[in-house]
Design a protein around this ligand. Structure first.
Ligand code: BGC
Length: 499
């Protein structure tokens, strides 16, 4: 496959959105400024051993102070859309009750600047940073948290509804349940294994209530939610591996997508006697499965699953990447994630398998015939970057070819799979968002897993475009040129040059 920007640009329909994504807690810093309240992540990150090498999110990328510079870099990149999340604690410090004007103002300025720069905003209401008072009251184990997100959605709708093109209610509830409540790797750091199941329902209910609030406010923007999807692959043809892979598929994929897209929990979950801490009412299920304008799908990698307990809570390569701090948290589960023997991996140890992007889309198409239009709301890769000083030109060069190759392969595969004749041709794929704009605070992995198209020097906070940034800039420019040529050709009555 060619990675030339022009070749990829030629495959991208003119109406397809190419975007870039971030999340508030990973980039903003300024945790104690302008009336922001603490979030559960502020506290979790201070726990000894919670974050690799004790890295702190207090400054992160300092985006709170450097936001205009970051928007200018996006404008220069030529991106169509920017997906960012609101810090709930900055806007509503208590997680309920009064709003904090300076917090609201920050996103007001950001939205205005984006629109002036020709960038369409996609806003995520909840990307994991729960206000601390809500976490202290039980977090997502407590049904009340769902109603609080519904109220927060109404606040956001009133403040920003006129300018937001697309809303994502909740990002990756699967990761919050698994890492935050089942394995203790993320805030709030609870290791409750299957007892964490109520957090699934409460987050999905929060999605439903947030949607209801946005609809009630009659926001003109489209509304959806984002789930991560990882195709599950048995490590061998051994029946135990197959069974385990099927179970992982239920717990990581279907548990979160079925209720939203089919209006019910997977049968195996409903049948399980351990799933009794709550009994979802018909009313809840209706809220959860309201029709969405789009579905957000995060795809990073497939997962190879083997039967029997493994060494740790995370796959072998990833445990090494994250250091001793995390590799010891073995959950004693009856199955585990294992490495793909033949796969190149990212710095995280994640297998790079672009062909599974097509598998993810075709499985989604098969399972969910009424799937609304889809945006891939995240995809990207962490690699250890090398920064080279070009003395002659007095600038830094960051040759991250592996990252740009990852992006090119995944975007091309997604487009091919959803084109007529492709494995997922029934899916109306509307866009792809690169994770991420900046190297940032990668949750428990601290600053050790850089995903950015912009390198961040965490001593000086200087941003430097990597080769992947320049490559995407070329893709975007070539796509615009091709679209302009098509318009000219049509005006002159000639055949369309891109057709
Ligand atoms: C999350 C991001 C995270 C990325 C890479 C996604 O699961 O939404 O917050 O940084 O993956 O791990």
């Amino acid at each position: 496959m060619s990675f030339h920007a022009k070749d990829l640009a030629a495959k991208i329909p003119p109406t397809f959105t190419l975007g870039i994504a971030t999340a508030a807690f990973q980039i903003e810093g300024a945790l104690d400024e302008d009336g922001r309240g603490p979030s559960g992540w502020d506290v979790f990150a201070k726990k000894p051993g919670a974050i690799v090498d004790g890295h702190s999110p207090v400054v992160a990328c300092d985006h709170y102070h450097r936001m205009p510079e970051d928007v200018a870099l996006m404008k220069e990149l030529g991106i169509d859309s920017y997906r960012f999340s609101l810090s709930w604690s900055r806007i509503q410090p208590g997680g309920s009750g009064p709003v904090n004007r300076p917090g609201l103002d920050f996103y007001d300025r950001l939205l205005d600047l984006l629109l002036e720069s020709g960038i369409s905003p996609m806003v995520t209401l909840y990307h994991w940073d729960t206000p601390l008072p809500l976490d202290e009251a039980g977090g997502w184990m407590n049904r009340d948290t769902a109603y609080r997100l519904g109220e927060f959605a109404a606040i956001a709708a009133a403040a920003y509804g006129d300018r937001v093109a697309r809303w994502v209610t909740v990002n990756e509830p699967a990761t919050v349940t698994t890492n935050g409540y089942a394995l203790g790797l993320h805030a709030p750091g609870e290791s409750q294994l299957l007892q964490a199941l109520p957090t699934v329902h409460h987050q999905l209910l929060a999605h439903g209530l947030a949607m209801q609030a946005l609809r009630a406010a009659k926001v003109p923007g489209e509304i959806g939610m984002t789930n991560v999807y990882s195709p599950m692959v048995p490590a061998s043809s051994n029946p135990l591996d197959k069974l385990s892979s099927g179970l992982m598929d239920v717990f990581q994929n279907r548990l979160f997508a079925d209720p939203v897209l089919l209006g019910k929990y997977p049968d195996v979950i409903r049948a399980a006697t351990f799933f009794t801490p709550f009994s979802p009412s018909g009313e809840d299920m209706q809220l959860i499965s309201q029709p969405m304008d789009f579905y957000g799908l995060n795809y990073y990698m497939p997962t190879s699953v083997a039967g029997g307990p493994g060494e740790g809570a995370v796959p072998p390569g990833m445990a090494e990447a994250m250091g001793d701090d995390l590799s010891g948290s073995a959950p004693g589960a009856p199955f585990h994630i294992t490495a793909f023997p033949d796969a190149e991996t990212t710095a995280y140890g994640w297998p790079i398998k672009p062909e599974y992007m097509a598998v993810a889309l075709s499985e989604m198409a098969e399972r969910y015939p009424d799937l609304p239009p889809v945006f891939i709301t995240e995809g990207g890769a962490s690699f250890e970057d090398v920064v080279i000083r070009d003395k002659a030109a007095d600038r830094m060069i960051i040759p991250d070819e592996r990252r740009l190759r990852y992006l090119a392969q995944h975007i091309a595969t997604a487009l091919e799979a959803t084109a007529p004749g492709g494995a997922a041709e029934s899916i109306d794929l509307r866009g792809y968002y690169v994770w991420s704009l900046l190297d940032n605070f990668e949750w428990s992995a601290g600053y050790k897993q850089p995903f950015g198209l912009l390198h961040v020097d965490f001593d000086t906070l200087a941003r430097t475009p990597k080769a992947s940034y320049y490559w995407l800039q070329e893709v975007l420019a070539a796509r615009k040129d091709a679209a302009a040529a098509a318009v000219d050709a049509r005006a002159a009555g000639e055949p369309d040059p891109v057709a």
